[in-house]
Structures are given as structure tokens and as C-alpha cells.
Design a protein around this ligand. Structure first.
Ligand SMILES: [Fe+2]
Length: 279
């Protein structure tokens, strides 16, 4: 059975704020269109949400959001996956940054001490503070996008671990990394990492699908394209963000585990059904 998820990256007010910004509608106009009082919408945006499911349904209709997912967020009962059963190990490296938290991930063979790193966090010191102790060596590093909270320490991390393979989204302005574009695949000891170009949050943004030859569920490192119960802000292009959100969730099997740049891990199955930004 799904469990209750309490530490999502975005609350219902954050999702409403992103949707309002993307549609370019004012709070007043939204209130008028839905019959939900402007003050009650504003309270939700200000983290004092008391919106009923009925009100959230009307807001979802006006903002083109998934009403089931929005109501689940509104009652703090957004579902989460049972423990993922992947054919490799995933270590979450959660690092404080400002008032929030950013995730990096280290993937290893089960029981292995050599890792493949996805994103580097704000700095080498932040990464090392939360570093998984069993991992002694890093074979390669992949960046989802170039932002301080995710990639601030790239060159230092490459030097510290002596990493020979550092890949960044094609067209990203990043030192110490080689470009990786749509469909490019890196293979190491049976582990395959395939890049998907997913601009929207940033002009240069990749998601990475991690699989093994032997089969079994895959891992999608989604950066700031997709979060559990939300999506990254569409700061570069809202249409592209929505297009790639649908595309990536369409091409990954249901049992794919999603490892986002912020917030907890989730699955493609849950996000396809409940993510507020997928109607
Ligand atoms: Fe981010």
C-alpha cells in the first residue's frame, strides 16, 4: 500500500505558485474564475493552506493541473513508493543549501565501493560531509544542469577523486566536463548511463537513465525536471519543461525509480498518476 510522504520538496502552495506563474494569471483572476476566495488562495501561497479538496479541484481545473494529485498534496497524503528494488545500489547524498536541500546520488554495484556520481552539490566540502562511507572511488560524474546547488563543486570533486569521466549537458557552460547529448550512452562494467536532453528548467539540462545489462528496474536521475509531487520551476521555457516532463515519463517503464534533484525518491508509476503537472 502507498505510504504517506511528509517531506516533499513542494507543498501545495508551491505547486499553485508555479502553476499560476506558468499560466500568467493573477490570484484575483484565478479567484474570480474558480469561486475560491482570493484570500484563501493567497494563504495557501503563504504556507497557510486550508483549501478543501473541492476548492483544489476547481483550482486544478483552471490551472490545468492533475486534481487527484493536487488534492493529495493538499491533505498531506501524496503517495510514495515502497522501498525501490533496483539491481544496483543508490546512495542519496543530501546537502543543505540556503533554506533548502539538494540531492546528489552515488550509484554502485550492489556491495561495491566504486561509484558513479550524479551531480556534485554546492561544494566539495558539502559533498564530503554527507558522503557514503563505503564509497572509496568515483569512476565518473554526470551533471543534470549547471546551478550552484547542484554543480558548485564540479572541478574540485573531479580533482579530489581523480575522476577521468565528467559529463555535462551539451551546450552547458561548465568547466571540467565533456558534453553529453540526447541518446549518448556511457557504459562501465555492465552499467549503462543514457542521457536525455530535457531543457525547460534550464537551457542545458539532462536526465539520465541508469540500467544494467542483466535487466531489472532502471533509475531515472531527473535533476530539476521532475520531483515527487511537483516539477522544477520552468525558468528557461515552460512549454519545453512540460513537453519533456511528459516525454520522459512516457518513455520510462512504470517501475523506474526516480531520483530528483530535490526531495524524496519516487517512481514513474506514481508520478504518471498523481503528479500535479501531468493531466
Ligand atoms: Fe535545484
Amino acid at each position: 500500500m502507498p505510504k504517506v510522504l511528509t517531506l516533499l520538496e513542494d507543498e501545495v502552495g508551491d505547486v499553485l505558485e508555479k502553476a499560476i506563474r506558468q499560466r500568467g494569471i493573477s490570484v484575483a483572476a484565478l479567484g474570480e474564475a474558480t469561486g475560491v476566495s482570493r484570500q484563501r488562495i493567497q494563504d495557501s501561497l503563504d504556507y497557510r493552506s486550508d483549501l478543501s479538496c473541492n476548492e483544489l479541484r476547481r483550482l486544478a481545473g483552471a490551472l490545468d493541473l492533475n486534481e487527484v494529485g493536487l488534492c493529495a498534496l493538499g491533505c498531506c497524503c501524496y503517495p510514495r513508493a515502497d522501498s525501490p528494488k533496483l539491481p544496483f545500489a543508490v546512495h542519496v547524498v543530501a546537502m543543505a543549501h540556503g533554506i533548502g536541500c539538494a540531492n546528489a546520488y552515488v550509484v554502485t554495484k550492489t556491495g561495491g565501493d566504486v561509484g558513479v556520481l550524479f551531480d556534485t552539490g554546492p561544494s566539495l566540502s558539502a559533498l564530503l560531509e554527507s558522503w557514503p562511507k563505503p564509497i572509496a572511488k568515483v569512476e565518473a560524474v554526470f551533471l543534470t544542469h549547471v546551478e550552484g546547488e547542484h554543480t558548485g563543486g564540479l572541478c574540485d570533486v573531479v580533482d579530489y577523486f581523480g575522476i577521468s569521466t565528467a559529463r555535462v549537458p551539451a551546450a552547458a557552460k561548465a568547466p571540467c566536463g565533456q558534453p553529453m547529448g540526447e541518446g549518448d550512452t556511457w557504459i562501465w562494467s555492465g552499467l549503462k548511463v543514457t542521457a536525455f536532453r530535457t531543457p525547460g528548467h534550464a537551457a542545458a539540462h539532462n536526465c539520465y537513465l541508469v540500467r544494467v545489462d542483466a535487466g531489472g528496474p532502471a533509475l531515472l536521475v531527473s535533476g530539476d525536471l521532475l520531483f515527487a509531487g511537483s516539477a522544477g520551476g520552468a525558468f528557461y521555457d515552460k512549454t519545453l519543461q512540460q513537453t519533456h516532463l511528459r516525454r520522459i515519463l512516457g518513455l520510462c517503464p512504470d517501475d523506474t525509480v526516480v531520483a530528483p534533484g530535490h526531495g524524496p525518491m519516487t517512481t514513474v508509476q506514481i508520478e504518471r498518476r498523481y503528479n500535479p503537472f501531468l493531466v
